[in-house]
Design a protein around this ligand. Structure first.
Ligand code: 3H9
Length: 688
């Protein structure tokens, strides 16, 4: 074996060369890898003793893509395009032997190889869209030539990878290598078979694109209009597939390259690449002793089988972790378990999981009525009524039942985790695990670090969060933590705007056009206007209270800020119009015309301002953590990078100037965060 450079090796065994990369951790196609591969291919292609070439990777995965950290920087090292072109035109057959995740440029490298073998556990895909990009190394031209235009559009605009077996069925993989077999040896054996058959290099550039009719593209655009709203990359991908179908191969490649260059230079991709690294940075917790290990969690307990408790339980059941779920009343427990089962049955009906999966997951669920049932749990999460007295009482009881070292977690959205911890004799074992509704779907998990939370407890929470597929973000203790504390600012301004002159639909339209899935008033209608409201205590002091008094409590009652029909389609309500105008008149508010720009600035800038306070107080460890919270928990459009990245996009000085302009209307006690002023004055950025 010859080391071509520190990360690429070449060996030749009886006519078959094996080129292997070992660039930790994920074999990203960094400059050093491209340099090594280019030299290795040159050598193997020039060597008359070599008749076929196998390309493979050592370590945990085949190439997981281009090196994302190189984008936006001056080019270095050998060009990936030149390397792939060299492989494509090679006169000797080249076989890719794939394990792990062949993604993005990594999968494109595999596609340019003339043949592909893989382990069934391998996954292949083109996730560039998630980085605001398109597959820019020939993927948009080659994938449609393997799987047809329709499937290629679906795979590339969703970015979802496919498993080895499915890839084989789709014709992407020529041969599956049994799991556990020596992949390198299997690749070499496959190459020998090709040689024995006299099989020539098979180039995708020579294949036609199947199924690329004009109707396909029109229909695909129309069907996905809502999902692609605001994003540049999906439309660019569609144009590339149109080019694959209508242009000669090399022209198609040129189209792909031109559109890739536009995307990579644009703010959307910059934002989405920042989010990629932000999500990984969020997993790193400051101030922990090095080598802090997680505690094993073999069984999870959940108190409360309502919507939240049930959703939380599903996360663990999905990963094969047994759950004991406890409720006080038998009827509630039964309802809760029935809901979990129904959710699984629905997934099975949609073909997402099998009937056997449903049975296996339900078998891991142990429902019970006594807290004592939780005695053997390693972690217990409470998801009960949001009330300090209720939670402290429960924690006191749990403290007496759970074994030493077991972790007690609260799913509170607002309450003081330190006060809850103080109800126990083990505040070091108490942590907040704030899931977002629906808890089995939403990716965000706020891990609330109490003043006394032990390092291992924090590490356990972060590790477990990743195990169940969440994006965990650490928050310090404050009212509402990172997400809800900032959300409150948006709500205050939304409520003020509708009294000053806008109407709920104006505010919601501006929020929707900005890229949120829905505006604040639609969100209230969905969540219910009566959260924390009661008939007895209602004083009609706000529009929301008055709507509740009219039994307009949101979608569940068929009316809230909007009217709803039986299918929950919403329409603007004349009654709400009048109610707001009357309310404003009663308060002596002179209504005025409010333009969309003011609405947007008032919704977004006070959130940024609160984010700056959260950062200065150390509630969030870093600006990107705040952005990760908003993207994964509240539908902030990923292509805008989160509130702090957005602040940097418009400029902190502009944010301060707008807040000063709006100051008289921002509400009592509103202050501009000193950190925001400082960043603005120094012309700095929050997000580096
Ligand atoms: C592309 O290919 C464009 C081409 O079409 C065109 C070119 C012209 N680059 O996620 P993990 C780092 S775009 C640089 O925690 P896992 C990551 O930051 C690319 N760094 O591991 C982390 O660093 P740290 C298309 C990368 O096991 C460490 O590796 N490809 C890259 O949970 C471990 O990562 C993709 O979008 C990269 N490409 O998941 C795939 N990938 O330890 C992106 C990872 O310092 N990658 N790092 O925090 C992934 O989806 C996951 O990393 C993977 C492993 C599934 C592979």
């Amino acid at each position: 074996m010859t080391a071509i450079n520190p990360v690429v090796d070449l060996s030749v065994d009886d006519g078959v060369a094996v080129i292997s990369s070992h660039h930790e951790p994920v074999n990203a196609l960094s400059a050093i890898v491209r340099d090594g591969l280019t030299a290795a291919f040159e050598q193997a292609l020039a060597d008359p003793a070599v008749r076929a070439i196998v390309l493979t990777c050592a370590g945990r995965t085949f190439f997981a893509g281009a090196d994302i950290s190189e984008f936006g920087k001056p080019p270095q090292g050998a060009s990936l395009h030149a390397l792939l072109d060299r492989i494509d035109r090679a006169a000797k057959p080249v076989v890719a032997a794939i394990h792990g995740t062949a993604l993005g440029g990594g999968f494109e490298t595999a596609l340019v190889c003339h043949y592909r073998v893989a382990l069934p556990s391998a996954k292949v895909g083109l996730p560039e869209v998630k980085l605001g990009l398109l597959p820019g190394a020939g993927g948009t031209q080659r994938l449609p030539r393997v799987v047809g235009a329709a499937k290629a559009l679906e795979l590339m605009t969703s970015g979802t990878p496919v498993g080895g077996k499915q890839a084989h069925a789709l014709g992407i993989i020529d041969e599956l290598v049994p799991e556990g077999a020596d992949l390198r040896a299997a690749g070499v054996a496959y190459a020998r078979q090709l040689l024995a058959r006299g099989a020539p290099p098979r180039r995708l550039r020579e294949q036609p694109v199947a199924g690329a009719t004009p109707e396909l593209f029109a229909d695909f655009r129309q069907r996905n209009a809502k999902a692609f709203r605001g994003f540049d990359a999906p439309e660019a991908i569609i144009q590339c597939v149109e080019a694959a179908a209508s242009q000669p191969f090399d022209e198609g490649l040129a189209t792909e390259r031109r559109l890739f260059q536009q995307l990579v230079a644009g703010v959307q991709s910059r934002a989405q690449r920042y989010v990629f690294f932000g999500e990984r940075a969020a997993a790193k917790v400051d101030g922990l002793p090095p080598g802090t290990a997680a505690r094993p969690v073999k069984r999870v307990g959940i108190v409360g089988a309502g919507t939240m408790g049930g959703g939380i339980a599903m996360n663990f059941l999905n990963r094969g972790i047994p759950v004991t779920i406890v409720e006080t009343a038998a009827a509630a427990l039964e309802r809760g378990t029935a809901t979990i089962r129904r959710n699984y049955d629905n997934s099975a009906a949609r073909g997402r999981i099998s009937a056997a999966d449903v049975a296996a997951r339900m078998a891991l669920l142990a429902p019970g009525l006594e807290l004592e049932r939780l005695a053997d749990c390693d972690l217990v999460i409470e998801a009960v009524y949001e009330d300090m007295a209720v939670k402290t009482e429960l924690f006191r009881k749990l403290d007496a039942i759970l074994r030493p070292g077991a972790i007690l977690a609260t799913n509170t959205s607002y309450l003081d985790v330190n006060q809850i911890a103080a109800a126990t004799g083990r505040p070091q074992d108490v942590v907040g695990l704030h899931f977002f509704s629906p808890a089995n779907v939403m990716k965000l998990l706020e891990v609330v670090r109490g003043a006394k939370t032990a390092p291992e407890v924090l590490v356990t929470a972060m590790t477990l969060g990743k195990t169940i597929g969440k994006v965990p973000v650490v928050s310090g203790v404050c009212h509402g933590f990172i997400g809800n504390r900032m959300l409150a600012q948006r709500r205050i301004q939304g409520d003020a705007l509708i009294l000053e002159g806008a109407l709920p639909w104006d505010v919601d339209r501006v929020a929707y056009d900005f890229g949120w899935p829905m505006g604040p008033f639609q969100m209230s209608d969905l969540a219910g206007l009566d959260l924390g409201w009661s008939k007895e205590k209602s004083t009609g002091a706000t529009v929301r209270e008055r709507l509740c008094e009219l039994d307009r409590r949101g979608q569940k009652t068929g009316a809230g800020y909007y009217d709803y029909d039986a299918k929950r389609n919403r329409s603007r309500s004349a009654l709400v119009d009048k109610l707001i105008l009357d309310f404003a008149a009663e308060k002596g508010i002179q209504r005025r015309a409010i333009d969309d720009r003011e609405i947007l600035e008032r919704l977004v800038y006070p959130m940024i301002n609160e984010g700056a306070k959260i950062l200065a107080e150390g509630i969030a460890q870093r600006a990107s953590d705040i952005d990760v919270v908003w993207i994964n928990g509240y539908g902030w459009p990923a292509y805008r990078g989160g509130p702090m990245f957005y602040a940097d996009t418009v400029g902190a000085a502009e944010v301060v100037a707008a807040l000063e302009r709006h100051a008289p209307r921002l509400g009592e006690g509103f202050t501009i965060a000193p950190l925001l002023r400082e960043v603005a004055a120094q012309g700095r950025r929050f997000t580096g």
